[in-house]
Design a protein around this ligand. Structure first.
Ligand SMILES: [Ca+2]
Ligand SMILES: [Ca+2]
Ligand SMILES: [Ca+2]
Ligand SMILES: [Ca+2]
Length: 556
């Protein structure tokens, strides 16, 4: 059965559940008792690398010191996130998630020449053709590949089918958005160092590329160079100003660009217009970082995304200085406790090297948390060699508190790509982290319990959106979740991170609430109604539906 078929079956089954539950209507309370007010303790992560069946290493000499992306998405159609892991000089690998619901993590390697590609630095899941089966964008040294999902975790190369040609080079970043009524997404491919004819990295930065759908066609038009390129390691389309237009933020590595001109970039991407860089005249302030990754979340509660940027040394949390009128950002990372410029333990006092950032609520207390992977580029002497990844837990006062050691994820491997996803569908986000030159690690989140007796902390909700048309997963939507007096807002994006991302359940911690209200601002700006839902379940929000559609794993 295809993923699409499964999705329809799930929707029908869910409809019956809703009908049965209709007699017990939800009481829409907004009492302060359900408002998240207290941060919970760090959750306990149990490392299951040795037993999970994930035996994979990302490795390779320069330029593969950057990369190591992780893509998490459901290719088998059972609702559990599977994994595609970059391999660098070795082959990339696809792993099907066979974890029992609520049990230990278990994966099965699915060898296939279509996915076992070499030279892979990272990958992003996206349903390019809107057929309900997730496809993959694979970033490589050489060409960038589109793999069309066929269901059952099988893929076929689709560059020719979709007339996709991003050129060749060393691809290290990706993001996508759907412009207007186009039948295909607009794709951005970012590049790092230019390669010489022998394939070795030079010291010059390569241009990035924008690929828009061809007018009236089923494929892509010619690539549009985003010049100048400043050695890009992360890109993100985001509606930063609430205008409904998604502009392209680009994070770049200052180690290689001209310091007189280079910096972080924001491209204005308006439908039907050529891309245009925002400049100082627009209010854009030059910032220079060793930019490795982007994470975006409305941390400040203003309704606009704040942007976390990883770096060597102090990381940044950028927020709009004076509202959405102009793209002027200031750094609040230090005040919020997220600049974390040096290792928090291990004794090394040199600056850190940070890569993949991801906002998620790992203890379900209703306060968003921030994971940051870290690790030396290779053996850089000016930066920490013992450089553990951070797990920063959000506090009620808006600050973040280091908890990686207490949570049980302390490691001195050279971290790269990562994903926080609920691999065993128990409502607690698990962690997989790729490392440079050493095996991928995976941890199961058991809350306040143990491996034998997991114990959930706060309440949670897992959401998916479904709308008709090309952009089925409704990327570009904003999801609002209201519990008590708190409203949490999240923009659905494809891109960011360090060379990898996820597509699937959107996890929201609800703290003490037993129910929540959910509202979607769809990508075209239409705002749906507030919908009531009970906590601790998976629900699908279909555009136009008057209620959410519960979903349950098969056999549960
Ligand atoms: Ca799956
Ligand atoms: Ca597809
Ligand atoms: Ca939290
Ligand atoms: Ca879990």
């Amino acid at each position: 059965m295809t993923t699409l078929g499964r999705r329809r079956t799930a929707v029908i089954a869910g409809g019956l559940i809703v009908a049965l539950a209709a007699g017990a209507a939800f009481v829409l309370t907004r009492s302060s008792a359900t408002t998240p007010t207290a941060a919970l303790a760090p959750p306990h992560f149990v490392e299951e690398t040795a037993t999970a069946g994930l035996t994979h290493v990302y490795d390779g000499a320069a330029p593969f010191e950057v990369g190591g992306g992780v893509a998490a998405f459901d290719c088998s159609g059972d609702g559990q996130p599977d994994l595609y892991l970059a391999g660098g000089v070795g082959p990339a690998a696809l792993y099907r998630n066979d974890s029992p619901v609520g049990g230990a993590l278990r994966f099965t390697r699915l060898p296939d020449p279509v996915t076992d590609l070499t030279g892979v630095t990272g990958a992003y899941p996206i349903d390019i053709d809107g057929d309900g089966t997730i496809d993959l964008v694979v970033l490589r040294k050489g060409e960038t590949d589109l793999l069309r999902g066929l269901g059952g975790c099988r893929f076929e190369r689709a560059n020719e089918r979709w007339s996709f040609d991003a050129g060749t080079g060393f691809a290290t970043a990706f993001s996508a958005t759907w412009e207007g009524a186009a039948g295909l997404p607009t794709l951005a491919v970012g590049r790092y160092l230019r390669l010489d004819p022998a394939g070795a990295p030079t010291q010059d930065c390569e241009d990035n590329e924008l690929l828009r759908p061809a007018a009236g066609g089923a494929g892509y038009g010619p690539r549009i160079a985003l010049t100048p390129g400043y050695c890009t390691l992360s890109m993100l389309f985001s509606d930063w100003d609430g205008s409904g237009r998604r502009d392209l933020r680009v994070s770049n590595d200052r180690n290689y660009y001209d310091p007189a001109n280079g910096g972080e970039q924001l491209w204005r991407i308006a439908s039907g217009e050529p891309p245009r860089l925002y400049t100082a005249a627009d209010g854009w302030v030059q910032v220079q970082l060793a930019g490795m990754g982007i994470a975006s979340y409305d941390v400040t509660g203003t309704g606009y995304p704040d942007v976390f940027l990883t770096n060597q040394g102090d990381n940044r949390l950028q927020t709009l200085t004076s509202g959405p009128g102009q793209p002027t950002y200031r750094d609040i990372g230090s005040r919020r406790g997220v600049n974390v410029a040096q290792p928090f333990t291990g004794g090394d006092v040199l600056p850190s090297t940070a890569w993949h950032p991801e906002f998620q609520d790992v203890n379900n207390d209703g306060f968003i948390d921030l994971f940051i992977s870290k690790g030396n580029v290779n053996a850089q002497q000016d930066f920490a060699r013992k450089d553990p990844s951070n797990l920063l837990l959000g506090q009620p006062d808006g600050t973040f508190r280091e908890s990686a050691d207490a949570a049980g994820i302390l490691s001195f491997d050279r971290g790269r790509g990562a994903a926080l996803a609920d691999f065993n569908l128990d409502g607690m986000l698990d962690l997989v982290e790729a490392n440079y030159g050493s095996p991928v690690r995976i941890w199961r989140n058991v809350g306040s319990g143990s491996a034998d007796r997991p114990a959930p902390m706060g309440a949670w909700l897992a959401l998916r959106l479904d709308q008709p048309g090309a952009n089925r997963d409704a990327i570009g939507s904003w999801i609002e979740v209201r519990v008590g007096d708190t409203t949490m807002r999240r923009e659905l994006t494809i891109g960011g991170g360090h060379e990898g991302g996820q597509l699937g359940w959107i996890h929201v911690g609800l703290g003490p609430a037993s129910e929540a209200q959910v509202r979607v601002r769809w990508p075209d700006g239409e705002v749906g109604p507030w919908l009531a839902t009970g906590a601790n379940q998976f629900v699908i929000i279909e555009r136009g539906a008057a209620q959410v559609t519960p979903w349950r794993p098969a056999g549960s």
